[in-house]
Design a protein around this ligand. Structure first.
Ligand code: SF4
Ligand code: SF4
Length: 344
């Protein structure tokens, strides 16, 4: 059905209209070069965690927040970076010989498989060492892609989106950190009639968010901590912009599902949950909340990136705590789901 549709679409003028729209928006937003593409760090197929139905999730790199519990630390930096897996290294020295900057050359010609490299030079993330490493001890996190390439990947599973009520989710990082690129991708979805979800921290200039909202079918909008100082302490930024933007989107009747990551000892207390319930229930047209239990799956990535993980002693919340939070939020008349679900 969709193949037939897309053939028809190629010959009509709608596609041209969307491209023109995006050119105007991209130029107007961020000084981003026209249709220059962006940097992503993963494309996950058959996801059932990031919105309704079966989805492809496209992870864009770069995030203005630095949440202590982040399970995608490779998403924070806007640029390409290297990930190291020292346990896989067999000391063959191929990387050392290939590095143009002499970063990997250690004493006696041995490769230096630590994140800092040697003092001989500075890594510019060219990826050369990852390309020659036979064991996968060096990997590149992030790759540049054009919107057309991403959409070609996305389009392959259009039949699954049709059958399941799914689509594409743009996540990160913070996808709005590459607002021009995100707009190109969203316009590509609109042109192909693919449901588009944006998974956002809400930390973005309002004008960009509103432009993006014109092409977005559903926002998954994070509310992490309601107290401003605690928010700053655990995410690195104030939540004022996040809350103001959410009010604005809600006042425009955008389709929004709130997501609350439940981090024991940080935002699971009665006061924060009550404040969250009160705030969300005050928003016009916003009624759905997903509460997502903290998990530790990202811990290992910190080591691979040479970063420190500060929540190593923290355990995921138990079922009783999650149920209790759900009960408290429901008192505000909210529809609450525990965990990622596809029927949102
Ligand atoms: S190429 Fe890979 S396996 Fe060989 S020394 Fe370098 S990191 Fe180790
Ligand atoms: S990414 Fe490039 S510069 Fe950095 S260590 Fe590898 S080969 Fe050297």
């Amino acid at each position: 059905m969709h193949i037939k549709k897309s053939v028809q679409r190629e010959s009509n003028e709608r596609g041209f209209f969307y491209v023109i729209m995006v050119l105007i928006l991209v130029d107007g937003i961020a000084g981003v070069k026209r249709l220059a593409g962006g940097i992503i760090f993963d494309i996950m197929k058959y996801s059932v965690r990031d919105g309704p139905g079966i989805r492809t999730t496209v992870f864009l790199k770069g995030c203005p927040l630095s949440c202590a519990w982040c399970h995608n630390p490779e998403s924070r930096s806007a640029g390409v970076e290297m990930m190291l897996f020292p346990e896989r290294c067999i000391n063959c020295g191929d990387c050392s010989r290939s590095c143009p900057n002499g970063v990997i050359a250690g004493p006696a010609g041995k490769p230096v498989i630590t994140w800092r490299g040697s003092s001989a030079g500075k890594c510019d993330h060219c990826g050369g060492c990852a390309a020659v490493c036979q064991t996968g001890a060096r990997e590149v996190a992030g790759r540049k892609m054009t919107a057309a390439k991403v959409m070609a990947e996305v389009e392959r599973d259009i039949i699954f989106y049709d059958q399941s009520g799914g689509g594409v989710t743009f996540s990160g990082g913070e996808p709005l950190a590459q607002a021009g690129f995100l707009l190109e991708l969203l316009a590509g979805c609109r042109e192909r009639e693919i449901h588009a979800t944006v998974d956002t921290t809400g930390y973005s200039p309002l004008d960009k968010l509103l432009q993006v909202s014109e092409f977005t079918n559903l926002f998954l909008y994070d509310l992490k901590v309601m107290d401003q100082e605690l928010h700053r302490k655990y995410t690195g930024v104030s939540n004022r912009l996040v809350l103001d933007n959410l009010r604005e989107l809600a006042s425009r009747r955008k389709n929004i599902v709130i997501r609350v990551p439940v981090i024991p000892g940080i935002n699971d207390d009665h006061g924060n949950i009550t404040d969250t319930g009160r705030f969300v229930s005050s928003l016009p047209g916003v009624n759905k909340v997903q509460i997502l239990p903290y998990h530790r799956s990202g811990r290992e990535k910190y080591r691979r990136l040479g970063l420190e993980y500060n929540l190593s002693g923290l355990s995921p919340p138990g079922d009783a705590l999650m149920d209790n939070i759900a009960v408290n939020l429901r008192k505000f008349g909210l529809e609450v789901q525990v965990g990622h679900q596809t029927n949102i």
